[in-house]
Design a protein around this ligand. Structure first.
Ligand SMILES: Cc1cc2nc3c(=O)[nH]c(=O)nc-3n(C[C@H](O)[C@H](O)[C@H](O)COP(=O)(O)O)c2cc1C
Length: 188
């Protein structure tokens, strides 16, 4: 049976040019089936600071917020990959998520969340916080689609590709789970 194309959005919580988290998203994209199209959201740094006073009335809402919501609403599934900063979510990522609480684009959205860190905890505190925020917004994010990754700097080869087979296998399971959920929604 032929499947309809599915659109998957990757969001990196790091604004750093050589971000390990952004590279991990590229690795996830390469593990998706051919009928999946993958794109990234690169607007985190352009979003205004969340302010409920600016959220109620469309005329006050910025272009950046409107296009963030429109993009998120139009994709079938989301993968977020983020570093941990001072035991918390990077402010720019949390800010982007705060803009979605009232508009609801995460409701029932098949989502995966990954935290990657050079340290042994793998950003687990932040991953739990991110998962809690996404579940508060009713995203579809079962435990099998959350992955803390410790020692990330040792997992890339010199050419920037992932050399850790166990990690590639974990990312494959996460990508498969995401695609499976999108397909099961299609079937309903
Ligand atoms: C300001 C700052 C705070 C950090 N705090 C933590 C932390 O609490 N836990 C942690 O695991 N790593 C922490 N790190 C290290 C990041 O995990 C590491 O820099 C990571 O590679 C950043 O991800 P990126 O390569 O995708 O930019 C911190 C880094 C910075 C710059």
């Amino acid at each position: 049976m032929e499947h309809a194309a599915i659109r998957i959005l990757g969001i990196s919580g790091s604004l750093r040019e050589k971000s390990a988290n952004s590279r991990l998203l590229t690795a996830v994209a390469e593990l998706l089936p051919v009928e999946a199209t993958y794109e990234t959201y690169d607007g985190l740094a352009e979003l205004p600071h969340f302010n409920p006073d600016l959220d109620g009335d469309e005329q006050w809402r910025s272009e950046a917020v409107q296009s963030w919501r429109k993009l998120l609403g139009s994709v079938d599934a989301v993968v977020i990959c983020t570093p941990e900063y001072a035991r918390g979510l990077p402010g720019s990522l949390k800010n982007a998520l705060d803009w979605i609480v009232s508009s609801g684009e995460f409701v029932d959205k098949p989502t995966a969340a990954i935290s990657a860190s050079p340290y042994p905890e793998g950003g687990a505190v932040t991953l739990e916080s991110l998962t809690g925020t996404l579940r508060m917004m009713s995203a579809n994010i079962p435990d099998e689609r959350t992955l803390p990754i410790p020692g990330i700097t040792l997992k890339f080869a010199a050419d920037g590709r992932l050399k850790d087979e166990a990690l590639v296998s974990d990312l494959q399971k996460l990508a498969d789970s995401l695609v499976r959920d999108v397909r099961s929604r299609e079937a309903k």
